[in-house]
Design a protein around this ligand. Structure first.
Ligand SMILES: *Cc1c(COP(=O)(O)O)cnc(C)c1O
Length: 437
């Protein structure tokens, strides 16, 4: 019979005592901070019987206030609340005038919404590899840009940015639009510049997994008035609105088509309360994450995602890398057995290969070039004939394929206690000693 200390030093996956038995908290960052502030603002909207943002009996201007506080925080002249990040991506590409004959450069580690927006606008996605920041590789981008490239869709992945400054220079020098997807990185920055301020348009999401949430919702921001007015018309019913909040089709330049993606006052109220806590939420995650990362930094064989500016990390994920797939799989399985996992249904501690449609080749609609219409649009559009020799199967992007096989991701909840942090460090060190040792 092994004694207690022998059992504690043996891996839980091999019958030892796990480091902890309580699940870690849910990863959903904004959720742990929902409180009276959200309830009070949402209740105001309900009591005023005015849940629509453009008019009503006693409008509370929640979305207006959110947009205005957002402008102040980011120092951007134009902001627009929308109903989802996915629609925001489509609206932005539509505002650029992206369509058949155009390519949009997009990284192979992203979210399905990025691909969907490009294809729904009738353009063709041109996949770009990532580098060790897990964001778009500027070197590969340079080799993929061509005369058809109309826009670059850069994604600030998993809470932090990569070389967005270099990407912005490339966009500028080639005269192509830059759309920044900040859905996973609200509150992140690079050398003091917030993500979302580098490109022509930026989008954010308030879906449940993001740094702040209103269940669903999103924000767009941009520098240019003309682009903003196009976004406005497209996000609504295709036209501007007058000071009474009624549709105003008088300006010829903004007689467009709308996608019905307005933000409601209910979502605006909740998002406003969450936005006022964004720095606390990201601060909690960043502090916990870097405390963990620093305490693991001396472990040989345990690699980390490169983060060019740790101070600008919004903190929701710890991404680690391993020499090969076998070690990675063994490490993650062993970690989970030590109790580094969340409640049933959460995705707290996973292999990158369990991260689904974040990886290009796991998107069947992309790989199979699916269409919404029976004519095969946009793949069959004559202006898109060039896509005949393009394929999206695994093997296209070596760095993506490697990180999918050899990377792992642990969510850093926004409510970790000192004890949780100690347990996480203890578990990684215990597993590393035996699996990597
Ligand atoms: C969540 C997400 C979106 C989409 O946001 P929704 O609000 O869920 O539509 C877009 N891009 C990325 C990178 C995301 O993670």
């Amino acid at each position: 019979m092994a004694n207690a200390s022998e059992r504690a030093s043996r891996l839980a996956i091999e019958g030892g005592t796990p480091v902890r038995s309580e699940p870690l908290p849910w990863e959903l960052p904004g959720v742990h901070w929902i409180g009276d502030e959200e309830a009070d603002l949402v209740e105001k909207v309900i009591r005023a019987k005015s849940p629509f943002r453009y008019y009503g009996p006693d409008l509370q201007h929640m979305v207006d206030t959110l947009e205005s506080e957002w402008r102040d925080k980011f120092g951007m002249p134009y902001t627009l609340g929308v109903n989802a990040g996915s629609q925001a991506l489509l609206i932005a590409l539509a505002a650029f005038g992206v369509g058949p004959g155009d390519e949009v450069a997009v990284p192979g580690y992203m979210w399905v919404s990025c691909l969907s927006a490009i294809v729904r606008m009738g353009a063709i996605p041109r996949l770009v590899d990532i580098d060790d920041t897990f964001c778009m590789d500027p070197v590969d981008l340079e080799s993929k840009i061509n005369s058809r490239t109309k826009a670059i869709l850069y994604v600030n992945m998993s809470g932090a940015t990569g070389h967005i400054d270099k990407i912005a220079q490339i966009a500028k020098s080639h005269g192509v639009y830059l759309l920044e997807d900040c859905a996973q990185a609200a509150g992140a920055s690079l050398n003091g510049h917030p993500v979302g301020t580098f490109g022509d348009i930026a989008i954010f999401s308030f879906q449940l997994n993001k740094n702040m949430t209103s269940g669903d919702g999103g924000m767009m921001m941009c520098h240019d008035e003309h682009l903003f007015k196009r976004c406005f018309a497209i996000h609504d019913l295709g036209y501007a609105r007058n000071s009474e909040g009624r549709l105003d089709p008088s300006e010829e330049a903004f007689q467009l088509w709308g996608v019905g993606a307005r933000m409601s006052e209910l979502a605006g109220a909740m998002a406003l309360a969450q936005f006022r806590k964004l720095d606390q939420i990201t601060g909690a995650m960043r502090t916990a994450k870097w405390r963990i990362r620093e305490q693991l930094s001396d472990i040989a064989g345990l690699g980390f995602r490169e983060i060019p500016d740790p101070k600008g990390d919004s903190g929701p994920f710890l991404v680690t890398t391993y020499a090969n797939q076998e070690l990675r799989d063994h490490f993650v399985d062993a970690l989970r057995a030590e109790g580094i996992r969340g409640p049933e249904g959460s995705l707290t501690c996973i292999k990158m290969s369990e991260w689904g449609m974040h990886w290009y080749f796991n998107n069947p609609s992309l790989v199979q070039k699916r269409s919404l219409s029976s004519d095969g649009f946009p793949w069959t559009h004559p202006a898109n004939a060039f896509n005949a020799d393009m394929n999206y199967e695994r093997g296209l992007l070596p760095s993506c394929d490697k990180h999918h096989d050899c990377g792992a991701l642990m969510a850093v909840a926004s409510s970790l206690t000192d004890r949780d942090i100690d347990d996480i460090v203890t578990a990684y060190r215990k597993v590393a000693r035996i699996v990597l040792g």
